[in-house]
Design a protein. Structure first.
Length: 342
């Protein structure tokens, strides 16, 4: 979630050097993870449906990071109007994907807590599955509405086609400050508080001691350990996401408070500009880290990954064996025909 892809006048290609490797790697990893989640029958829990939406957003963000870095190369001879359209669409979708990700993470924390406290998890999951499509639709619509005002503020740099910058409405300079402060509260502070509260309640609930003499003690203990492991993974993912996206809120609020564009900030203080600029690729590092956390610490996802890899290698072995048999059969047939002619 950022509003800058900028170069300096000294010719150093900051966007390409920093953004392209992060975007390309993130796109590959998230595409693989998304394919595994949506094709694996074992990953049909509501939690994984929401995670698939988060991974899809990370795919889009990684692709956009690539597009941002290539903007000055793709649009060197374009008009200012095309540059404006490029920046507005690009950054709008970036805001949309961030909002969707953070709202999905918030809903995941609520669902996980409610699943734990319900006496019948099967019934709770069934009820949640029926409502899940509506919840996801509401998340995407709300994310889109919150991202719409960004179309007003984002513009192409006046001197460099393909470089995006923050803009200000003439005569309404403080509107940016109000909007970005509200966005910080609604899409960062409130979701963070909700996740902390619900995960804390879930962990406290899991810490309740299970009486050894209780019926089905071993099963309850195993369920408790399994859910506890999942909670740790989800807390880690949410914590990493909120930690790495914090710098971008810091950067855009500095710009809004100062009432300056990135270009103006660079002219006044290059170190401050560099800090604000680096907040963009740093925030997008979450698209690299979270998929690795999912694959490493979620047993269901890691098992599904191994199954998919095994299936792929088995298919390749079968194809290779079939091709080898076909070649061998053809060679025998040719040898037989040659002997017959003789």
């Amino acid at each position: 979630m950022a509003n800058v892809s900028y170069n300096t006048t000294d010719g150093f290609p900051y966007p390409i050097i920093i953004s392209m490797p992060v975007g390309l790697t993130g796109l590959i990893i998230n595409s693989i993870l998304f394919y595994v989640i949506i094709t694996c029958k074992e990953l049909k829990d509501p939690i994984y449906t929401l995670i698939s939406n988060i991974v899809a957003c990370d795919c889009i963000s990684s692709l956009q990071l690539l597009t941002v870095s290539l903007g000055p190369i793709l649009l060197p001879c374009s008009s200012i109007s095309i540059g404006h359209l490029f920046c507005k669409i690009l950054i709008f979708i970036l805001y949309l994907t961030y909002n969707t990700s953070v709202f999905c993470l918030t809903v995941v924390s609520i669902i996980r807590y409610k699943t734990i406290v319900k006496t019948s998890q099967t019934r709770a999951k069934l009820r949640m599955s029926r409502q899940l499509n509506k919840i996801i639709a509401v998340i995407w619509i709300a994310s889109c509405i919150l991202a719409l005002p960004s179309l007003v503020f984002i513009e192409n740099h006046i001197y460099l086609i393909g470089y995006c910058d923050i803009g200000f409405i003439t005569g309404h300079k403080y509107f940016n400050l109000i909007y970005y402060l509200c966005m910080t509260v609604m899409t960062y502070i409130l979701p963070l508080i909700i996740m902390i509260v619900y995960y804390a309640r879930a962990i406290r609930r899991l810490s309740v001691y299970v009486t050894p003499g209780d019926n089905n003690y071993r099963r309850k203990q195993q369920d408790k350990e399994r859910i506890g492991t999942l909670i740790k993974m989800l807390v880690t993912v949410a914590g990493v996401f909120m930690f790495f996206t914090c710098p971008i809120f810091f950067a855009i609020n500095i710009l809004a408070i100062k009432g300056k564009t990135f270009y103006q900030i660079r002219l006044e203080s290059f170190p401050l500009f560099l800090i604000c600029f680096l907040s963009f690729p740093v925030s997008n590092m979450v698209s690299l880290i979270n998929p690795i956390l999912y694959m490493k610490y979620d047993k269901n996802i890691s098992r599904a990954m191994r199954q998919q890899l095994k299936l792929k290698f088995d298919n390749q072995d079968q194809q290779f064996s079939s091709a080898r048999k076909a070649i061998h059969s053809s060679a025998n047939s040719n040898t037989s025909n040659l002997s017959h002619h003789r």
